[in-house]
Design a binder for this molecule. Sequence first.
Ligand code: FAS
Ligand code: PHB
Length: 393
Amino acid sequence: MKDAKTRVAIIGGGPAGLMLSHILGVNGIANVVLERQSMAYVASRIRAGVLEYGTAELLKEYGLADRMLREGKAKNGALIVWENRPDFFIDLKKWTGKQMWAWGQTNIQEDLHDMLTASGAKMVHEADEVALRDVTGNPSVTYVKDGIQHRLSCDFICGCDGFHGPSRQAIPRDVRREFERVYPFGWLGILVERPPLENFTYAYHSDGMAMAAQRNPMLSRYYVQAPITDRIEDWSDDRFWEALLRRFPNDLASQVQTGPSIEKSMAPLRSFVSEPLRWGKLFLAGDAGHIVPPTGAKGLNLAFSDVFYLSRALCTHYLEGSDHYLDCYSEMALRRIWASENISWRLTKMLHIFPDDDPFDQRMRESDYDLLLGSEAAQKALAYEYLGLPFED
Ligand code: FAS
Ligand code: PHB
């Protein structure tokens, strides 16, 4: 067993883990990232594409926004189109004075990895058998790398290991309170090397939801709602495009530039929160503690808001000798998490076809949309929620 010591052990080298490592490193706080996969595998995952205002500001603050400012696109809002009803634009600029950004998680992951590598940060990729030890006493993490057993002793463990990682399971089952909604459909997504539509667009249609997103001026991402039992091989490109174009109004469908998909994936939809986010010296951040359906573009952004709160907590512990933000991390982060769960659930309910809905449910759905069309108060509230709530002091 090879022994080593650090201040903060970070399990998971996705956006939450790498951003936390970067902020701690900038503040001189020693940390080690333990990631199960190779860097190439982590970087290959196609995930989020929308950054809330707060996430973009955090990237700017920590020197990770140069490429975003050059190649990304600031967006004034997102469009909702509805079968046989007028369009609605979630006008962030008008109602909040702020913008969101079209910038892919893949790009952020690449920039974080390059920044950490250049700064000499300690990242262990392909770490096997990662296990958390004595999280309420003298914490450590054991793992196997190239067949050699390692033990990393630390002051704190930050579980940034996603929904399927070991960290959440290290909190006793009788302590954890889990909240979940599993949706009876998924998002079938493709990447296509064609110019995107101008706006991020969500389409409600009686056949199912459809969505238009973007990665750069020559790379578009599209989604259609599909039964979760469908397999990717059930959806040829022709079937995908036929379904998407039917679900968009004609004027919008005529603007879509179709082409061969270069990536195709099925994402299940789930709302999930595990409370608390702290147990002894263990703190959860990102998908390790919560999952949102992609309808509100909140998943990646919640990972960054958790990292904002947790990095501030660790910095004030080490640099100011105060445990105030460590002690209130869980309930502070959970307030923002539940707000994002709420808007993501409401938009998912409004924009998708639920197999078990009855005519009353459908009237509720249509009434929700009509309120948006007719009420400036409702429009302002949605803009505020879609932009992302401000971080608490
Ligand atoms: P991640 O899951 O990204 O990272 C966790 C890391 O921990 C992984 O690299 C994993 O390999 C590692 N790990 C797991 N177990 C481990 C172990 N035992 N030991 C060591 N390491 C371990 N969000 C949006 O906002 N918009 C979207 O459009 C969107 N689309 C998505 C599509 C898909 C298919 C998925 C799965 C998610 C999507 N998300 C989207 C959400 C997604 O972006 C997450 O919110 C984001 O990746 C969260 O980042 P992390 O918390 O770092 O978790
Ligand atoms: C994406 O860019 O892939 C994306 C954007 C907004 C969403 C979901 C996904 O709500």
